[in-house]
Design a protein around this ligand. Sequence first.
Ligand code: FES
Ligand code: FES
Length: 172
Amino acid sequence: MSEIHEILEETAFLQCKVNGVSFEEEIHPSMSLLDLLREELKLTGTHMGCMTGHCGACTVSVDGRIIKSCITPAASVQRKKVITIEGLAGADDSLHPVQEAFCEASGFQCGYCAPGMVFSTVELLNEHPDPSDAQIRKALTGNLCRCTGYQSIVRSVRQAANQKTASGDHSE
Ligand code: FES
Ligand code: FES
């Protein structure tokens, strides 16, 4: 391999928006989105768990769809909009309604799974504003919790759905 090829492979120029803020920098092509968020941008609300795409602790939104950031190359979010749990709250730092529902219904204990659970819930309620328990459980299959036994999480999702229905809000 020529020297120029080695140099080209060492960096990639990434342009994207994270929580509404522009990011424009050289990154290593093999960097994961999780590393970009936690190590470069210090957005540590996105948690590092299994690193194999199974636990959901690292879930974030990219252009409105949830993904596991540990198995997503940072370079793949070129010109896309990334939202982390820090960006889900309102501009005045008020909690997102789903975050509020999880707090009110005790949807977490240690909180390690919470960011991912919240993102999966936001996506579920965008698609199914009044989900059945089966739809809730199916939506959460990509998110593991070692503390709660899931009952309080399902209750939190139900509470978020009820609040959303009551407010007539059917958007994210
Ligand atoms: S850390 Fe990404 S799915 Fe577990
Ligand atoms: S609350 Fe601890 S892992 Fe879910």
